[in-house]
Design a protein around this ligand. Structure first.
Ligand SMILES: [Zn+2]
Length: 458
């Protein structure tokens, strides 16, 4: 076999030509981007267009008898939404038994989700609002996938790239996406697999995807695994066998309110932070995680579905304040009028809420660039982060003045704090002040002034 210097026998050489089946075009292999268990990914050039080429290892093709049919099916289908990087075309090379596929390239400003496990400066650190947006986007994507009768089968860190500024996601590694009820190429990644799959009692499905998604979301918000408590720390030698045995035993959730046998395994600063982070989360979100890893770990019918995650994450991303004393992130929730200021669950300082609008179960700070979406102003509308219905604008000549602009085609009925009626016609802005009420038609929003900064917060 011809072997180029420095390359392994299965590796593709720089400049190697390959053929695209449907397009009939020729591509040129470029720089290698990375390598995983199934194959390697290269940059490539197809008629001047830069794409990524995934090229499978020969042994993977031998073992996985349905791989080619799965890839061909994905090529023939439109992705469930734009966040999934589906294969575009099948790639082959003359006289080679392996194959691969081309897909869009992930731009360099995206960060791999897996960087959340890194130590030091390489660790992926995002604000809580951004993580909530990431989880929202993933839940919405998987809802679209599952609605199509498909399941992903292998949700883990490796499949996601994140826009660290806006929280957008790209979902790659579609290789195992399969019609519900059929086995793909893998059973999943350790730590993310549903227990019934670990025990060999079920094959991956949309319901096992829901379990894996809950693990991924726990990682996103807490930077830790939901079952890695004292029982995990007590495992002696960490081998494939001992770790698999651990997940088979259905360990307790580290924050299970009814079972403290597997609490976080230490009291170093990270675990102190983890406990405070858990305490700070809105009760409804804590309930979703608790259900996921108590009843939901045993009973697939009890698992949290995408729509529940979307609702919780949409609320979480709306309003996170920072503790004035220690910078800890404190999610804000609607409170009864006159309720006392929230306190930081890390240091106990009072946290001043900004000027904000309460709309049913939503609380949205009225800060520049904030947006309202359909679900904010209409309790019957689907939750969405697209097509805003209102935006918070700064006055063109006085930055201290902010207003809410009506982006809908219908007028809003408003009422100022002193009871004066006002109409906000489409395209116009109303000044945001304490006591302002706006009737959006199906729901009212009420503005409350910012809290006075606490003098004892030092
Ligand atoms: Zn604090």
């Amino acid at each position: 076999m011809l072997r180029l210097w420095g390359s392994k026998p299965t590796e593709l050489a720089l400049g190697q030509e390959f053929r695209l089946r449907n397009a009939g075009a020729t591509g040129i292999v470029g720089q290698k981007l990375g390598e995983g268990g199934q194959g390697a990914v290269y940059l490539c050039d197809v008629g001047g267009r830069q794409l990524a080429l995934k090229w499978y290892h020969p042994h993977v093709i031998q073992i996985d008898g349905t791989l080619r049919a799965r890839i061909e099916r994905l090529i023939s289908e439109e992705p469930p939404d734009k966040r999934f990087l589906f294969p575009i075309d099948l790639a082959t090379i003359a006289d080679r038994a392996e194959f691969g596929y081309v897909m869009p390239v992930v731009s360099g400003d995206r960060r791999p989700f897996s960087d959340i496990q890194e130590a030091g400066p390489k660790r992926l650190v995002l604000s809580l609002e951004t993580w909530a947006t990431v989880c929202y986007e993933i839940a919405e994507s998987f809802q679209n996938l599952h609605t199509r009768g498909l399941c992903y089968q292998d949700i883990n860190f490796g499949g996601f790239f994140i826009d660290p500024i806006r929280g957008g996601v790209l979902i790659c590694d579609p290789d195992n996406i399969t019609v519900e009820g059929l086995l793909g190429g893998v059973l999943g990644a350790r730590g993310f697999m549903a227990p019934e799959v670990v025990r060999g009692e079920a094959i991956p499905s949309s319901r096992t995807d829901l379990y894996s998604m809950a693990v991924l979301f726990f990682w996103a918000l807490f930077g830790w695994h939901p079952l890695h408590g004292r029982q995990h720390a007590a495992i002696g030698a960490r081998t494939a066998e001992t770790l698999t045995a651990f997940y088979k035993t259905l360990p307790a959730f580290i924050f299970d309110p009814a079972d403290d046998s597997n609490r976080p395994p230490g009291d170093d600063p990270f675990f102190v932070w983890l406990g405070a982070r858990w305490a700070a989360m809105p009760a409804g979100l804590r309930d979703l995680f608790t259900r996921s890893f108590t009843r939901g770990i045993r009973d697939p019918d009890e698992r949290v579905v995408e729509l529940e995650w979307r609702a919780a994450m949409a609320r979480l991303r709306d309003a996170v304040a920072r503790c004035p004393a220690c910078s800890f992130e404190v999610p804000l929730e609607p409170a009864a009028p006159g309720a006392s200021q929230p306190t930081c669950s890390s240091c106990g300082a009072a946290v001043a809420r900004p000027i904000r609008m309460t709309l049913g179960r939503y609380l949205v700070p009225m800060l520049p660039t904030r947006q309202l979406f359909a679900h904010h102003v209409d309790g019957t509308a689907a939750i969405t982060l697209r097509d805003s219905v209102a935006t918070v604008d700064v006055h063109p000549t006085d930055e201290a003045i902010v207003g809410l602009r009506n982006l809908t085609p219908a007028p809003w009925q408003g009422r100022t704090g002193d009871g004066k009626a006002v109409v906000v016609v489409p395209g116009r802005t109303i000044r945001i002040v304490d006591g302002l009420g706006i009737d959006f038609g199906r729901r009212e929003g009420l503005v409350a002034a910012a809290d006075q900064a606490s003098k004892s917060a030092a």
